[in-house]
Ligand binder design. Structure first.
Ligand SMILES: [Zn+2]
Length: 470
């Protein structure tokens, strides 16, 4: 247990609900362990049956909570669990999202205990999925269960969508959202699949970067050419590719594709102040990687460059002879894969079009250069001062006795952008794992204290959201 926060008795939530939570403490912990024993790995076909078991496990609990329209919806891959508790007429509706799929357990030899035999010991749950994202899903179910036990009606309308492909690209969910927008009508989306800031500081994630992934192919001839016979008379694809890549970014860290920054929302002075106030140590960050020196776009701090500014990075390059010794050729072709991490409101397709035009404009003569779009994902951003973000902040403050920090993540939760750009919903990313929780890695864990407090934050959140104007 951490002693960073005020004692639990200071928690000002409804006393009947608090009593119900006290009463159900063991049962709630056991529910998470039971859920985490289901090996619902979305990436491995042999777990298809487990995916169904996990989905049904959730559906049963939703029905027990009195949810309506509860459905385990089959998709081309893994089921989506849907349900509603709409009992607060005139109140706002929140769309609640978590995922029940987990990452594979490899490398299994690095687990200190069996990943599918989760346990609670010394104030921690340990096992695959306890933090990402089953613990958070169980917190949502637990908060509502305690409300029911206390005889309270949820003060907002809740629509649940729990998916099984978050760790696998969310393809089925995207398609299902396209066809079911009406069933997802809401005023706000609450996504619980993120975590706290370093040092167990309660946090709300306000920005997730998007991505545009592309490949550049430079072709000279069907086969490698003799560099003595042809050198000096033909274009070298590897040299040409290097020229192209060198043109993409300046020594100031700025990306030189015309229009690349056009849609980037500048950081406001308040944004910059909030980031500067975070307990983040550049030097400790550098040493932990470890690298000899940190670089980045000039004019921005390390933390600003880490989550709030777009990037462009070559992910891989290959061409010509790479074995031991020497082979005197002019390579037939050269290739690079590269990705840009995008911030609100950059559009992956538009960024790709800009890249394609720019590459064509800087490509040296004598080779054929093609740029191909591989995949894209939209960025998302909800303002810190958005009423829904502030409602979540008040709920955190009430339970933890601390204001949350507002963070932007370099990574992404694929569905977030669909909620913002397609369903036009403000998204609050409210999660309770710790950055060091080993999500996706061996020995994943979740602090019991955060499981308990997180559940109480959610109880408070519904009260806070109920007070907002629709
Ligand atoms: Zn997750």
């Amino acid at each position: 247990m951490t002693d960073t926060f005020p004692a639990p008795e200071a928690m000002p939530i409804d006393l009947d609900i608090e009593a119900a939570l006290d009463e159900s403490r063991e049962a709630r912990a056991e529910a998470l362990l039971e859920f985490a024993r289901i090996p619902s790995v979305s990436a491995l076909p042999e777990h298809a049956g487990d995916m169904h078991t996990a989905a049904e496990w959730i559906a049963t609990r939703l029905r027990n909570l009195g949810a309506t329209e509860v459905e385990v919806i089959d998709t081309p891959l893994h089921p989506i669990v849907y349900g509603k508790i709409h009992e607060a007429e005139g109140a706002p509706t929140a769309l609640v999202y978590c995922h029940y799929d987990v990452q594979p357990v490899d490398p299994i030899e690095l687990w200190e205990t069996a990943p599918w035999e989760p346990f609670l010991r010394d104030g921690r749950f340990v096992g695959r999925g306890v933090a990402d994202d089953k613990g958070q899903l169980v917190m949502h179910l637990s908060a509502l269960e305690a409300m029911r036990t206390a005889g309270r009606t949820p003060p907002v309308n809740l629509t649940f969508v729990f998916e099984g492909e978050e760790e696998y690209g969310s393809e089925s969910l995207y398609r299902w959202i396209d066809a079911n927008e009406a069933r997802l009508a809401a005023d706000v989306a609450i996504i619980s699949d993120t975590g706290f800031f370093e040092g167990n500081v309660p946090a709300i994630t306000v920005g997730l970067r998007g991505i545009m992934y592309a490949q550049i192919d430079v072709e000279l001839s069907p086969v490698d050419l003799h560099s003595g016979m042809y050198g000096g008379t033909v274009q070298n694809p590897a040299n040409a590719l290097a020229t192209i890549i060198a043109a993409l970014k300046g020594p100031d860290g700025r990306i030189r594709i015309p229009g690349f920054y056009d849609d980037v929302e500048p950081l406001t002075p308040a944004d910059r102040e909030a980031l500067a106030a975070l307990p983040f140590d550049d030097e400790a960050y550098r040493e932990a990687i470890p690298v000899t020196k940190l670089v980045g776009e000039v004019g921005f701090t390390v933390l600003e460059n880490k989550g709030s500014r777009p990037t462009l990075d070559v992910n891989g390059m290959w061409s010509g002879f790479t074995g031991d010794g020497a082979k005197t050729i002019i390579p037939a072709h050269a290739h690079a894969k590269l990705s840009t991490r995008l911030v609100a409101h950059q559009d992956p397709k538009k960024i790709f079009d800009g890249l394609e035009r720019f590459v064509a404009s800087v490509a040296p003569p004598g080779v054929t250069v093609t740029t191909t779009f591989i995949h894209g994902g939209d960025p998302s951003h909800t303002h810190t001062d958005h009423p829904a973000t502030q409602a979540a902040a008040r709920a955190i403050k009430a339970v933890y006795g601390l204001d949350p920090v507002y963070i932007r993540e370099g990574g992404s939760i694929p569905v977030t952008a669909a909620f913002t750009s397609q369903l036009k919903l403000p998204v609050v990313l409210l999660g309770f794992s710790q950055p060091t929780c080993n999500a996706h890695a061996p020995n994943e864990w979740l602090e019991l204290d955060n499981f308990e407090r997180g559940t109480r934050v959610l109880v408070r959140l519904w009260d806070e959201l109920a007070t907002l104007q629709r």
